[in-house]
Design a binder for this molecule. Structure first.
Ligand code: NDP
Length: 306
């Protein structure tokens, strides 16, 4: 039996691993499918303290992993299929294998939101992508579009201009309702390959084997039209990865509920940190901060209760 199992390997999971490993708790980190979390799919991160020249997301996560391993965290490339938090020791299932632990730190993060429109499932991975860093290369000199009006959409669009002929950003709100931060927005607006289209909903992704365009609807006039595109990138936010915990932990709008100023859930010994419990900030640095909190709280729990 383990003292701590950490589920997830983003900034929250790895920070929890660094702190709990350094405290001698020999944590087991179950990485999930995307080792290092979704930051590994972003490009440069300019606002993580300590990196005045920016750092690649993948590099930052690799450094965190190495730091956790240095103190004795065991990092296992496994995806959890079920958990039983009804009694201690808690049980964590990885297909048929069961790991048990006196405390659990949940850092499962969030996943890309989807449009839920016709054509999306069929064309997923066939010109429809959620990762410019992974797939941008395939669109050299092509016309493509990015859906979304937040920082992710700006970042993806700017990155994609390295390859594409033109990048259209499809925003469902107006010009004044963009969520993107000022510097990101200014950078996107200054890029001559980028064009914004406002007040549009994507109603269908077109193409049989591969994306050939989208149908967009102006949500002010209801007028529909087709855009010819070789690729479509979604950057419309995230949904928390809490399916494993439904019915076992209290959730609010899908996010795990924790006590105010704490990572404690309603189940003693179970802590949640990072984006899975944070609808508000969702930053790498806040995720890392709550990962640290979770490790310290798990440590205290183990010292007091076990
Ligand atoms: P956000 O939640 O900030 O933005 C999501 C965007 O997608 C909004 O414009 C939203 O529109 C739109 N949207 C949601 N659902 C749909 C839909 N069905 N159809 C069309 N549009 C839709 O998510 P992000 O991923 O952009 O950012 C998350 C956090 O990560 C933010 O705090 C951001 O600052 C941060 N971040 C920082 C980066 C950096 O600093 N380099 C890079 C990327 C992200 P609406 O406004 O109408 O709801």
């Amino acid at each position: 039996m383990r003292r701590v199992i950490i589920i997830g390997s983003g900034p929250a999971g790895y920070t929890a691993a660094i702190y709990s490993a350094r405290a001698g708790l020999a944590p087991l980190v179950l990485t999930g499918e995307r080792i290092g979390g979704w930051l590994t799919t972003t490009t440069e991160i300019e606002n993580f303290p300590g990196f005045p020249d920016g750092v690649l997301g993948s590099e930052l996560m690799e450094q965190m992993k190495r730091q956790a391993e240095r103190f004795g965290a065991e990092i296992s490339i496994d995806t959890v299929t079920k958990v039983d938090l009804s009694k201690r020791p808690f049980q964590v299932f990885i297909n048929d294998r069961i790991e048990t632990a006196e405390s659990i730190i949940i850092a499962t993060g969030s996943s890309a939101r989807r449009l839920n429109v016709p054509g999306e499932d069929r064309l997923w991975g066939h010109g429809l992508s959620i990762c410019a860093t992974c797939d941008g290369f395939f669109f050299r000199d092509k016309d493509i579009a990015v859906v979304g009006g937040g920082d992710s959409a700006m970042e993806e669009a700017i990155f994609l201009t390295r390859f594409a002929r033109q990048v259209q950003i499809l925003v469902r709100g107006s010009e004044h309702e963009l969520r993107a931060s000022k510097p990101m927005l200014e950078r996107a607006r200054a890029n001559e390959k980028i064009e914004f289209i406002y007040n549009v909903d994507v109603v269908e992704v077109l193409g049989e084997q591969i994306v050939r365009g989208v149908t967009i609807k102006n949500n002010q006039t209801n007028e529909e039209r087709e855009l010819a595109l070789a690729g479509l990138f979604l950057a419309i936010g995230q949904v928390p990865n809490t399916q494993l915990f439904t019915g076992q932990l209290e959730l609010s709008k899908g996010y795990i509920v924790t006590d105010c100023k704490s990572t404690a859930t309603k189940v003693p010994g179970v802590f949640a940190c990072g984006d899975v419990a944070d609808w508000k900030f969702r930053q790498a640095i806040t995720a890392a901060g709550t990962g640290c909190m979770a490790a310290l709280e798990a440590q205290r729990f183990l010292a007091e209760k076990i």
